[in-house]
Design a protein around this ligand. Sequence first.
Ligand code: FE2
Length: 242
Amino acid sequence: MENGFTRREAMTAAGAAATLGFLSSFLATEALAQHPQAGGGTFVHKLPPLPYPEDALEPVIDKETVKIHYEKHFAAYVAGLNTALENLEKARASGQFDAVKGLSRDLAFNGSGVVLHWIYFTTIGPKAGGAPAGLMADMIKRDFGSFEAFWKQFAAASKTVEGSGWGVLAWEPFSKRLVVLQAEKHQNLTSWGAMPLMVCDVWEHAYYLKYQNRRPEYVENFAKIIDWKKVEERYAQFCAAK
Ligand SMILES: [Fe+2]
């Protein structure tokens, strides 16, 4: 299934390479690979289920924001990704690639939006927050000096994204280190090859109802709902040993 996606899309455009790299791994997960399509053809993505009630993140993120964010915004990226994949399949069938530049952009934007929202919603939860323990604690201390230093960098990066985007904790296989990145929109400023482990959505739709223009307050409160066990599970699932 994941091979089907990679095989079919990997050659569409160099600009989508990072997204495809992420997706080829993430599609193997239960969240996005819940609809086996072993028969081939363009992979049809579906919105994975929200793993907790819409009000479970109160009071950090209100129910209405979660509802709109998940059912409207996340769903729109899933639909946009499917449309891009469909149009690319049509282009291959016709041999007409006049629109490939725009389609490649749509693929990268919506594909990255799907991956990042999936990570976002499955890496936060009720009864979470605080500092990590175990392997994640050790790795963060090794790569950032201390959890406090890591959080200051992550929070600063999230607060200062220019426009809409993300703060990202990622695993970089090349250096075998954790890195903190900013992403503008969903796909700009990313470091190709880095695997996102934990992300903070700083698009206004993620916090505006409750926090309005107070993004820093939202980012600081975000620490209360990060589920570090999930972060470690993701690292163990997708990344090489440290
Ligand atoms: Fe979002």
